[in-house]
Design a protein. Structure first.
Length: 137
């Protein structure tokens, strides 16, 4: 929270980016998805401590290697918009980090495109980290 008790815009943008990635994974059938582009970001109101926030995503275009989304974050109780982003481009990548054709043309409401879990074994999202505190054994 900011010093005036409102949510930092950057924190909300991080949530939006993460939600877009999850949605793109489910639509493109690929665990390797990156954000390529976000259009102008329009903050129209603020979120206060204790507000419930919901994100609405709409897939409105499929490219050869990408999906284009529209997003609105709003107060879940009042419906008041907080931020809207008209264009977010997510791109699926191959194992070498190059754009990968996905062959999709329309969104799905189901889970049939979500890749099998074993794909992550080849390229984990998080590497284990070991830390040593100075002065400890």
């Amino acid at each position: 929270m900011s010093p005036n008790g409102t949510l930092f815009g950057g924190s909300l943008l991080q949530w939006i980016d993460e939600e877009c990635a999850i949605y793109a994974i489910s639509q493109l059938g690929n665990w390797r998805v990156v954000t390529k582009y976000m259009s102008e970001i329009s903050f129209v109101s603020s979120a206060q401590m204790g507000d419930l926030i919901e994100l609405g995503l709409d897939a409105y275009q499929f490219g050869r290697t990408s999906i284009v989304l529209r997003c609105e974050a709003r107060n879940m109780v009042t419906g008041q918009p907080i931020v809207s982003i008209e264009k977010i481009v997510m791109v699926g990548l191959d194992e070498h980090g190059r754009p990968l054709e996905h062959g999709q043309h329309e969104p799905t409401d189901g889970y049939e495109r979500i890749p099998e879990r074993h794909v992550l074994a080849e390229a984990p999202l998080f590497a284990p980290v070991a830390a040593k505190v100075e002065g400890s054994a």
